[in-house]
Design a protein around this ligand. Structure first.
Ligand code: DGJ
Length: 550
């Protein structure tokens, strides 16, 4: 049997054992949603220090994942060879689309055969699933709605745009739309609970996909126009003053500039222009998506998130207007309480900036889409080490050539080993992650009793182009790290001898959380004892001890 497959199977065996132990103490009988009995065991979020972690089967869980192409999971046959590829990439979780059109091909007739097959095949491979509910919207459009919804444009109203008139996109401003979506989503979640509530293969669900109005800053249908000139809803007007000092700067500024009004139409409370159109749409999408999520959670309350097409230069409508972007985050926080996380799809170059913006307001970071190559396999270390990510998931992972030899597989093989360490230190202030390049060659971080200067590696006159990694203070004078292309020097922060030096450096591996040292790194490998080095030719896991002197 392939080693990776064995890892998956071993993980599964451990999980079955823990489940068996749980069954002994659980009251017999299937848990019902909302009866409280299932709450302790179903996937959920739990705070650790400043971090929010995903808890699966009672233990913190790091999603080392990847997202499939949109159509892959619509055929179990097509998926057959893909599961092994996911294991070759060291994934523990696969993000797979489940579409409304296939789940409810005729109104009221549900077909979950595909869902069942995906769950069984993932389970067989020792993989977890995050289902992506392609419901009312996918990339701002409504291509995944069933044909019976597509055809019935009077019952299910569409968006109207300034220059194009009506478009084939469901409007948020129609109760019939969200009710139909919520009914299907609730049926799906109920089914998942029935077939998977005991096994917990499905650990989270994404509700819709990259929502928002494209090619205009807002919906201009009759209902939308009426709502726009009508009063801002009371729930939002109550939220604003309660959160006055915590609002994201963009929302606070617009509300402040308009005079901190306690009532009025949208343009009165937030000023005029496309920015307010976007705020308005964000509220409408948030309320709609929340109705859908609430119906699903009432059946099976596992964590749910929404993903985001990120904004660029330009104006709303060039990106989906109303999606959960950081500059309208408060609309989503106020309008969608059943959504646990607002999640960025980060294909943009400024990865760290998006991580910062998506951790505002204590939003837990989960990255459902990002680059599978280029900088992506390096960025994941920053996400986990510095921004307490719950998980990362590069997109289009099923079409990678030579997945086993990819940079992503190398990064994920390391993350798979150090996941227990990451989970132990997230949110404690004792771990840091970083990206270094020629423009930003050095960062300084306080960790444990030391200040660490982390710089691009430099040896025999050769300077690395890039460095990346994460470091945790695992003991009073001991650090564990993983990454490539950087070096670390230490300065004591606490009273005592004022100087610090590297005592020992070992490279090694973690097997099931246990450290197994390999080479003792000295000489050139630790800059003749001067620094803790991570060679840019390798991606390594190392531990280092430090001592003080004067
Ligand atoms: C973002 C979407 O969320 C994905 O489903 C997919 O369409 C990608 N874009 C394509 O790059």
């Amino acid at each position: 049997m392939h080693l990776n497959r064995m890892n998956g199977a071993m993980r599964r065996a451990a999980w079955i054992a823990s489940l068996a132990a749980m069954v002994l103490v659980e009251v017999a009988g299937a848990a019902q949603p909302g009866d409280g009995r299932s709450e302790g065991n179903i996937p959920q979020l739990r705070k650790q220090g400043t971090a929010m972690q995903l808890v699966v089967d009672g233990n913190p869980f790091l999603i080392i994942g990847g997202e499939l192409h949109n159509s892959s999971s619509s055929s179990l046959e097509y998926m057959k060879p893909i599961w092994q590829r996911m294991l070759d990439l060291h994934f523990n979780t696969v993000l797979a689309g489940v579409s409304w059109e296939l789940v409810e091909p005729e109104e009221g007739r549900f077909d979950f055969s595909l869902v069942d097959g995906l769950i069984q095949d993932a389970r067989r491979s020792g993989l977890r699933l995050v289902f992506l509910w392609f419901g009312s919207w996918k990339n701002g459009m409504s291509s995944y709605i069933p044909v019976w919804v597509k055809k019935d444009y009077t019952r299910f109203p569409r968006v109207r745009l300034q220059e194009r008139g009506t478009v084939e996109v469901l409007s948020t401003l129609a109760e019939a739309n969200w009710r139909a979506d919520a009914k299907a989503f609730a049926a799906l979640m109920r089914h998942i609970r029935e077939v998977d509530g005991d096994s917990r293969t499905v650990i989270m669900v994404q509700v819709e996909n990259e929502v928002g109005v494209l090619r205009d800053s807002r919906d201009r249908s009759g209902a939308a126009n009426a709502a726009f000139v009508g009063p801002v809803p009371k729930a939002l007007l109550d939220y604003l003053p309660k959160n006055r000092d915590a609002l994201v700067p963009e929302i606070r500024k617009r509300w402040e500039t308009a005079g901190f009004k306690a009532s009025g139409a949208w343009a009165e409370v937030f000023g005029g222009g496309p920015e307010t159109d976007e705020i308005f749409m964000a509220w409408q999408y948030a309320r709609y998506v929340d109705n859908v999520a609430a119906a699903g959670k009432a059946q099976y309350g596992i964590p749910m998130y929404v993903n985001t097409w990120l904004s660029g230069q330009g104006k709303p409508g060039e990106w989906p207007s109303g999606g959960p972007l950081p500059h309208v985050m408060d609309m989503w926080l106020a309008g969608a309480p059943h959504i646990d996380m607002l999640s960025p799809d980060i294909y943009a170059a400024d990865f760290e900036r998006w991580c910062q913006r998506y951790t505002q307001r204590s939003n837990p970071l989960f990255i459902p889409e990002m680059n599978r190559d280029g900088a992506g396999p390096q960025d994941v270390f920053l996400a986990f080490g510095q921004y307490s990510a719950i998980g990362t998931s590069p997109f289009a992972v099923d079409s990678m050539e030579n997945p086993k030899d990819s940079k992503l597989a190398r990064s994920y093989a390391v993350l798979e080993q150090i996941a227990p360490l990451i989970l132990q230190y997230q949110g404690t202030g004792r771990m840091t992650g970083f990206l270094l390049n020629k423009e930003h060659p050095t960062v300084t971080r306080d960790l444990g009793d030391y200040q660490l200067e982390i710089s691009l590696d430099d040896i025999f006159g050769y300077r690395a182009d890039q460095g990346y990694g994460l470091i945790a203070a695992v003991g009073p004078n001991e650090f564990a790290g993983a990454g490539s292309g950087f070096r670390v020097s230490f300065r004591p922060k606490t009273p005592g001898a004022p100087l610090a030096a590297v005592g020992t450096v070992d490279e090694g591996i973690y097997r099931e959380g246990k450290w197994i040292p390999g080479r003792r790194l000295n000489g050139d490998e630790n800059d003749q004892g001067q620094r803790w080095r991570f060679d840019s030719q390798r991606l390594s896991i190392e531990r280092c001890t430090v001592y003080r002197y004067e």
